[in-house]
Design a protein around this ligand. Structure first.
Ligand code: PEP
Ligand code: CO
Length: 454
């Protein structure tokens, strides 16, 4: 099968001839080059085996045989590269995936927005406070969040710090999983401290018990341990925004053709950088990884088809995921024509709903937030549209945390505008907290169960 990676006209640096938006400007070009040379020699964070395995799983999800759960912070921070923060992200994703598995009766692939999600696109190049304008904060990969000229100056050393922290994060995750942390027979390992106080505790506990019993039943019947079923894995993803950083870790590997981005399993292209003639599309079309593209309300059916042609010329299953993020108010207008066009042309696409990024709003008090009911409404509408158009709602993409932050409004625990100030921690976009994320998973599982029974 012809894949983008076989294109003779592509090299990891080809993007440099195209217009590249959202790239930092470093004060010292030599310092940047020296860091990139170091990055290019460091060992990879993931392997092509894992990447191809994920592509295979995403092809199953596109056929409706599996479901994708992608989630994590809007942006990781260097300060939160610590044991508790990583463990609680794993725990919430594991718990949600268990609930979704139970609702959909399908295996779930978990992809974290972690181990490399350090760069953020910004709508303005500068931020002004009290009459002072400084470069915008672009994520810890590039500069610091503090509002001082020193912090906001792009520093290439941060590329190495981010790479190292990505390595530390993925190492810890692999070790936990290897050690049995994610074993479906032991969901008590992933219990978060406040689960028992959650309004969803009873429903969740019932599900966990049912799954445990089913596994034990199958094991008793077969007389062997279901290691393959009971053990789950995790994949990593981040927005492939900083093209010099991504290029430095793009390699050829023995026994395979093509080029792999070995900094993550599944990089994605953001809504602000998916211009067809732009540098990001040029870089992404040549790598062999499964990739995502954010699809917002401005994308026309022709553009969606052109993205599919350019990024997946061989129509390889599992290669391309459209992460659609229209907003609850726009999805009914915007999504059906795209799904129709893709279906008519028989393009291989995994449809994954990101109900977060089209539903961001600012409160009267100037706080960036999202409403639980709008997030849920976009999910429900998207699922209905995809089903009606004969496509599969193949996955979901959330910004969430296992902590009890107060960043999004609503949910059964009733976070109000007045509560937002209590524990608002994100530097960028508001995340679902533990309870909101679990409630979302339970509601989604009901939706999947309904569909199954139709
Ligand atoms: C994000 O995923 O954090 C993001 C910036 O999304 P989008 O590109 O869809 O706006
Ligand atoms: Co975000």
């Amino acid at each position: 099968m012809k894949s983008a990676a076989n294109s003779a006209d592509w090299l990891p640096a080809s993007w440099q001839k195209k217009p590249a938006v959202q790239q930092p400007v470093y004060p010292d070009a030599n310092a940047l080059q020296s860091v990139l040379a170091q990055l290019a020699r460091l060992p990879p964070l993931v392997t092509s085996w894992e990447i191809e395995n994920l592509k295979h799983q995403l092809a199953e999800a596109a056929r409706g045989e599996r479901f994708l759960l992608q989630g994590g912070d809007c942006s990781e921070s260097f300060a939160e590269c610590e044991s508790d923060a990583i463990v609680s992200k794993l725990k919430i994703l594991l718990q949600m995936s268990l609930v979704l598995m139970q609702g959909g009766r399908k295996r779930v692939t978990r992809i974290g927005r972690f181990a490399g999600q350090y760069a953020k696109p910004r709508s303005a190049d500068t931020e002004t406070r009290g009459g002072i304008a400084l470069p915008a904060y672009r994520g810890d990969l590039i500069n610091g969040a503090g509002f001082t000229p020193e912090e906001r100056l792009p520093d290439p050393q941060r590329l190495l710090r981010a790479y190292e922290r990505s390595g530390l994060t993925i190492n810890f995750i692999r070790a936990l999983i290897e050690g049995g942390f994610a074993d479906l027979r032991h969901p008590e390992y992933w219990e978060l401290a406040f689960v028992s106080k959650s309004p969803h505790a009873a429903e969740y506990t019932r599900m966990v018990e049912t799954i445990g019993e089913s596994l034990r039943f199958i094991e008793a019947l077969s007389g062997s341990q279901m290691a393959d079923i009971a053990r789950v894995d995790f994949f990593t993803s981040h927005e492939g925004l900083h093209l010099f950083y991504e290029q430095a870790q793009t390699r050829q590997v023995p026994h395979r053709t093509g080029w792999y981005n070995l900094s993550t399993h599944m990089p994605w292209i953001g809504e602000r950088t998916r211009a067809l003639g732009g540098a990001h599309i040029e870089y992404f079309r040549g790598i062999a990884n499964p990739i995502g593209v954010k699809i917002g309300p401005q994308v026309t059916p022709d553009e969606a088809l052109a993205l599919a042609d350019t990024l997946n010329p061989g129509n390889e299953p599992g290669r391309l995921t459209f992460i659609h993020r229209f907003g609850a108010d726009q999805v009914q207008r915007g999504l059906p024509p795209l799904v129709e066009a893709i279906r008519r042309q028989e393009k291989q696409i995994l449809w994954c709903c990101d109900p977060m990024h089209g539903n961001t709003e600012t409160t009267g008090g100037g706080i960036k937030t999202r409403r639980f009911e709008k997030i849920l409404a976009e999910l429900e509408t998207s699922f209905r549209i995809l089903n009606e158009c004969g496509a599969h709602p193949g996955g979901v993409h959330f910004e969430l945390t296992g902590d009890n932050v107060t960043e999004c409004l609503g949910g059964a625990s009733g976070v109000t505008e007045a509560d937002l100030a209590r524990d608002y921690r994100t530097q960028v976009d508001p995340r679902l907290n533990y309870e909101q994320a679990m409630e979302m998973a339970l509601l989604l599982a009901r939706l999947m169960a309904q569909k199954r029974k139709q």
